[in-house]
Design a protein around this ligand. Structure first.
Ligand SMILES: [Zn+2]
Length: 216
């Protein structure tokens, strides 16, 4: 599939769906000029863009549901800059060192259906950019063993919370004990997923936790 995509890219070069510029499905110029996240998030959560910006909405949809995995690289480039900005302060003020990067996991069925976890794709690229200078990637610490209903399909806020409670498990507690953690997800809506992941990691002994998402 990957090879086929590469071949297709050569035969049919991609254009930015927003400005039509050749090269990437969404160019870095259009992405950088997208609407920044402005809705309030918890003080430990850093979303990059406003999900109401149609460019962002479309790009995330293409990544998750149309398998346009390369979009993860473009998101990661912007996200990496933002992570470094935050880390610069946190390292000095909160002793936020030797951190671990953890993607919000998908439940087994969704992972099978999609064939990939978009948060993991972003993490893979972040690690390439970082070359293990600021953080290490751990893909199998936080897992989501059971299939839950899709959060986005549940309208009622309290049902959303119930749906996600207890859904994460930490596999190797000794790897998170006393560690600083950077969680990565694609979209945060109510923050319920990130809160639950944080709670689970805290119970496993994690030190400080922050999170970055593409959009809110
Ligand atoms: Zn563009």
């Amino acid at each position: 599939m990957k090879l086929l995509n590469t071949i297709l890219d050569i035969i049919f070069p991609v254009n930015c769906f927003s400005c039509k510029e050749k090269g990437a499905l969404l160019c870095i110029k259009c992405l950088s000029s997208s609407r920044e996240a402005e809705r309030e998030s918890a003080n430990w959560v850093f979303p990059l863009f406003d999900y109401r910006d149609l460019k962002i909405k479309k790009a995330i949809w293409l990544l998750k549901y149309k398998g346009k995995r390369k979009l993860a690289n473009i998101f990661a480039e912007i996200m990496y800059g933002r992570i470094l900005e935050e880390l610069a302060d946190l390292k000095q003020l909160e002793n936020f060192n030797e951190s671990i990067l953890i993607p919000i996991p998908l439940a087994p069925r969704r992972q099978r259906e999609r064939g990939f976890n978009q948060a993991t794709l972003i993490c893979n690229e972040l690690v390439k950019l970082d070359k293990n200078v600021n953080f290490n990637l751990e893909k199998n610490i936080l897992i989501k063993p059971k299939d839950t209903e899709h959060q986005a399909r549940i309208e009622d806020r309290s049902k959303r919370l119930k749906n996600i409670i207890g859904s994460f498990v930490v596999k190797n507690k000794e790897l998170v004990a006393g560690k600083n953690i950077i969680l990565i997800d694609d979209v945060t809506t109510t923050g319920a997923t990130l809160n639950e992941a944080k709670k689970t990691l805290k119970q496993a002994g994690a030190r400080k936790i922050i999170a970055f998402t593409i959009a809110h």
